[in-house]
Every structure is written in structure tokens, then in C-alpha cells.
Design a protein around this ligand. Structure first.
Ligand code: MN
Length: 243
């Protein structure tokens, strides 16, 4: 059986990423896939990119990875661009859209937000048909087949649902979880490349990390939108919600 750790939405939160990588290592898992949003929001986009490049076998692009390298006058984005530097921005531009493979007789497709766009947001409480559409291929897919297992990030809310004989899951967020304050990731376990339907497991891991350290690093970096970030990682509540 192969074990694949699936991490997503690091958003420059280094203490959270380090805690998750340590947790993955402690389980003896060597294979790590990343579903995007390495950068933005937190203070350490540069170090997050460097660590992800070293440790992840495959990485797809998230919405932040897609828009952050583009020319902008927004102060917040320019701050993150300057931190990253041109070489890392070029790396973000080069990221592929999806990861697709056979596992225990299922066609698995992993992407950031939807099979159609890194910007299409689908929440666990959204309409059934809207969630079913996440199994569909698009022009951006490697193979034009309907997925048996679809996995994504983007919403910072971990969940799994069996639908129509298929399995949909969200890995949650490493660095900016919005369902609880612990870092989130998923583990897929099955027979890689196997065409017969054999055992397939999905595990969700939640990892406590040093939130006080993450807050200190953000304050010391004098990063933009510090208060909103600190509130989010301390409470797990999205900054756009009304109190
Ligand atoms: Mn994100």
C-alpha cells in the first residue's frame, strides 16, 4: 500500500508547515502532494515555497499562486512579491493545474478549488449538484474522464462526502484553517497504479502547532493585514464573517 500525504493552503505560515511535515514524517510517509496556495496571508511565503519545493513530489497552483505573480499596485500583494523575489514567482507561474493517477482501481483527480478553475469556490454546505460537478473533467484535465475520487483545498474546511459511488474530500488548510485552529491535512492510502478495486483509505490529520510563534513571526515581519491574519489563526474564523 502507498501512503500519500495531501497538504494545502500553507499561506506562508512556517510553524504550521513545519509541524505538519514533522507529523507526516513521524507516520513514515515519504510521498507528499501539495494542492496550492503556498503563499500570501502569512509572513513567510518565501520560506514556505522553499520548503514545499524540497519536500513535495507534486504541487498544483492555487488562486494565490496564480494571481500573486501578476503585476499589481496593491500594497499587500507587492509586499509578498518583494519577499518572494522573481525566481520563486517564476516557480509559482510554472505550477501545473491538477494531479491525476490511479489508486486502488479509482481515478483520482486532485486540484486546488475545482477541476475548472483555481478560483471557483465550493463549500461543504453548497448544493449537491455543485459538489457533484467536482468529479467532472475539464479542458485543464490530464485525462477527460470523470474522477472516482476528487480532492481539493481552497476553502480551508476539511470534509469528506461519498456521493453517487464516488468520494469527494477537502484536505483543509495547513496554515490558515477556518474550521478549527489546528493545522489540517489528509492521507490517501491505497495501491498506486492498480486497476482492480482494492482497499482505499482516507485519513484526516489535525496537528497542533505553535500559534503564538506564528503570531510573533507575523508581527516581527511587519506584514500587511497583520490583525486580520492573527485573528484568523487564533480563532479559525474567516475574516470576512460578521461577528
Ligand atoms: Mn487558500
Amino acid at each position: 500500500m502507498s501512503k500519500i500525504a495531501i497538504i494545502s493552503d500553507i499561506h506562508g505560515n512556517l510553524p504550521a508547515l513545519e509541524a505538519v511535515l514533522e507529523d507526516i514524517e513521524s507516520r513514515g510517509i515519504a510521498e507528499i502532494y501539495c494542492l496550492g496556495d503556498l503563499v500570501g496571508k502569512g509572513p513567510s511565503s518565501d520560506l514556505a515555497v522553499d520548503l514545499i519545493r524540497r519536500r513535495c513530489r507534486q504541487v498544483v497552483r492555487g488562486n494565490w499562486d496564480e494571481f500573486l505573480p501578476q503585476p499589481t499596485e496593491f500594497e499587500t500583494l507587492v509586499w509578498h512579491q518583494n519577499l518572494l523575489g522573481e525566481e520563486r514567482l517564476e516557480y509559482l507561474r510554472s505550477l501545473p493545474f491538477s494531479i491525476e493517477f490511479m489508486l486502488s482501481g479509482r481515478y483520482v483527480r486532485l486540484f486546488h478549488a475545482s477541476p475548472r478553475s483555481a478560483f471557483e469556490r465550493v463549500q461543504p454546505w453548497d448544493d449537491y449538484g455543485r459538489k457533484l460537478s467536482l468529479f467532472e473533467p475539464s479542458d485543464l484535465s490530464a485525462d477527460p474522464v470523470k474522477a472516482d475520487v476528487a480532492g481539493y483545498g481552497d476553502i480551508h474546511n476539511a470534509y469528506m462526502q461519498h456521493m453517487d459511488g464516488r468520494m469527494l474530500f477537502n484536505a483543509g488548510s495547513v496554515g490558515n484553517p477556518l474550521d478549527m485552529t489546528q493545522a489540517s491535512y489528509a492521507i490517501l492510502e491505497g495501491d498506486l497504479g492498480e486497476r482492480r478495486r482494492t482497499r482505499l483509505d482516507l485519513t484526516f490529520a489535525r496537528v497542533p502547532y505553535d500559534i503564538a510563534l506564528a503570531v510573533r513571526q507575523a508581527a516581527e515581519a511587519e506584514m500587511p493585514e497583520l490583525d486580520a491574519y492573527v485573528k484568523e489563526i487564533r480563532t479559525g474564523r474567516y475574516r470576512g464573517l460578521k461577528d
